[in-house]
Design a protein around this ligand. Sequence first.
Ligand code: TYD
Length: 203
Amino acid sequence: MSGRFITFEGIDGAGKSTHIDALAERLRHMGQHVVCTREPGGTPLAETLRGQILQSAMDPLTEALLVFAARRDHIQQVIAPALAQGHSVLCDRFTDATFAYQGAGRGFDSDVLSTLETWVQQGLQPALTFWFDLPAETAAERRAAARSPDRFEQLDVHFFNRVRQGYAHRMEQSPQRFARLDAAQSREQVWAQVVAQMEQRGW
Ligand code: TYD
């Protein structure tokens, strides 16, 4: 059985984390080897960069370069070797987040991001991307009940509306790669959507 690269996206507060764990469990139950990882992060170097990206103020190009530097290390050290061994890789955020947050959210040049995407990924793309979509206002209410915010989570509803549009745009560009989930529903209903999408693909 060959491994699949599946990514999980959405604005902060969309509630993707529990579903990543649940899907990993489901796939392991079906006999697959599953690697769960995240971005920015997933290797010692990339986790160090994550700390800087989430906590330190920096200009937009620096932010984009650090995100892609972390991604390069993560692909080389973790994602590509796991896929080569036939393991499935479930990744909490990937490049769509860069187009949504740095591109649509911060207004950074998406042509530069596309160039970096080409250099860093050399053709690697997720087989499936779950987009946990919900209104920015609903996500903000959920975040307010959670822990103290990082540099992105502090941003206002206008920022997250742009990020949401950024995801919508990425989905328009690669409709067959994306599965949009209505993340405003209850946890059980969202999980049912995840399972339905997997079953639709015979996965
Ligand atoms: P997130 O994945 O939501 O982790 P946690 O659940 O621990 O908060 O947080 C990562 C943050 O990093 C999130 O606000 C989005 C941001 N981010 C970017 O801005 N660009 C990127 O390319 C990635 C992968 C994440």
